[in-house]
Design a protein around this ligand. Structure first.
Ligand SMILES: *Cc1c(COP(=O)(O)O)cnc(C)c1O
Length: 375
């Protein structure tokens, strides 16, 4: 069994994908070819944003966004303590100070109460300028944007939505990657919409930010002349080959994959809800199920079940085993574990099960039976 069955997906889409790849090879227009622009138009339209600016990966998407916001030394950037490292690393790389915020243990997303407390602490200390909230749509579920947006307004902060795992999710009819002043996603192969290598995208409605991002991804050159420098940027573009692949994969994603993966999640929840803590989807929210993550009553049970599943050839992963504030680059920040009780608890008890649109109900049965029988 596969954790994400990329081979099954390729088999289902092989003719379209092969011909999309062939057409790029025939055109030999490998950098910023016409498929890149076509993809940017399609994704901006889907998400409901004025601009989509693609780039080399989801981490660069965050870095470029923070560069376009002018974030650097002396700035405080707030993000979840329970996320993939890039959400924090991007801000640190630019010299900003990352302030970690505890999560809501039901949604695994940032806790708005802890967020407001953290902002007030930084204001009281008076050493840093609070600038940006990097909200993360973890495991496919959008963060609690109504509260995050009102906190951002109250304290005059910008929102950078890290939608690397969130693409396809929504709250009501509003889609993930449209909640931030700037929002980002990743096309890493295992993400909800993945390509066949690295890729990423940035979404915004802001004309000035968009213009700056088009420049920053090509070294910061001027719009008129590639060899005339406007500011210092990086080289971060999506390959035409990846854009061509994504155009085909996006069709399948929108036509049936997102629906299928939601079916799979329903099977899991129905079978497991009396045995473990299954994912909580607040009313009106829709997840794109980057992960299906369950919680056990303690670490011993979690580790024991993980071993049993592994022995039966069922891959399952601990996303994530460590709170970010405890990771090596942040150890010196001397924050106290007591402010991260929910993150600490979930890192010790969560387990992510195989989930993808091509997972069959009898495979879900096999997995859930093993869990139930061994509890
Ligand atoms: C995957 C991921 C990223 C980084 O994306 P890459 O394309 O791997 O650089 C950033 N944030 C989160 C939450 C992610 O899951």
């Amino acid at each position: 069994m596969q954790f994400k069955d990329l081979k099954a997906q390729y088999q289902a889409l092989k003719p379209q994908i092969d011909s999309a790849i062939q057409s790029v090879l025939d055109s030999s227009d490998f950098i910023l070819g016409k498929q890149v622009e076509k993809l940017e138009i399609a994704l901006a339209d889907y998400v409901g944003c004025k601009y989509c600016i693609t780039c080399a990966n989801g981490t660069d998407a965050l870095i470029l966004s923070l560069m376009a916001m002018g974030i650097g030394e002396g700035d405080a950037v707030f993000t979840s303590d329970f996320t993939y490292f890039a959400s924090a690393g991007a801000a640190s790389l630019l010299g900003a100070t990352v302030i970690f915020v505890d999560i809501d243990e039901r949604t695994f997303n940032i806790s708005f109460k802890s967020l407001e407390n953290a902002i007030n602490r930084v204001i009281e200390e008076g050493k840093l300028f609070p600038k940006v909230i990097i909200s993360v749509d973890l495991f496919g579920l959008p963060a609690c944007y109504s509260q995050i947006i009102s906190i951002a307004k109250k304290y005059n902060l910008k929102i950078l939505e890290d939608g690397a795992q969130g693409f396809g999710g929504r709250i009501g009819n509003k889609k993930a990657c449209s909640f931030g002043d700037i929002s980002t996603t990743s096309f890493f192969p295992a993400k909800p919409l993945g390509c066949y290598g690295d890729g990423g995208a940035i979404f915004t409605d802001n004309d000035v930010i968009a213009e700056r991002l088009y420049s920053l991804r090509v070294q910061g050159c001027s719009k008129e002349n590639k060899y005339e420098q406007y500011e210092i940027g990086i080289n971060s573009r999506l390959d035409t080959l990846q854009a061509a692949i994504l155009l085909e994969k996006f069709k399948a994603f929108d036509n049936y994959e997102l629906q299928s993966v939601n079916e799979v999640a329903k099977w899991y929840t129905k079978k497991l809800r009396n045995t473990v803590i299954t994912p909580y989807i607040p009313s009106g929210y829709y997840s794109s199920w980057a992960q299906y993550t369950i919680m056990f009553k303690d670490t011993e049970t979690r580790n024991r079940i993980q071993n049993i599943l592994k022995k039966k050839g069922i891959p399952c992963v601990i996303y994530y085993p460590f709170p970010l504030h405890q990771q090596n680059p942040y150890k010196e920040t001397h924050v106290s574990d007591k402010d991260y009780q929910n993150t600490l608890k979930v890192t010790k008890t969560v387990l992510s099960l195989p989930i993808h649109p091509y997972l069959k109900e009898d495979e879900v049965d096999e997995i859930t039976k093993l869990i139930i029988e061994n509890m």
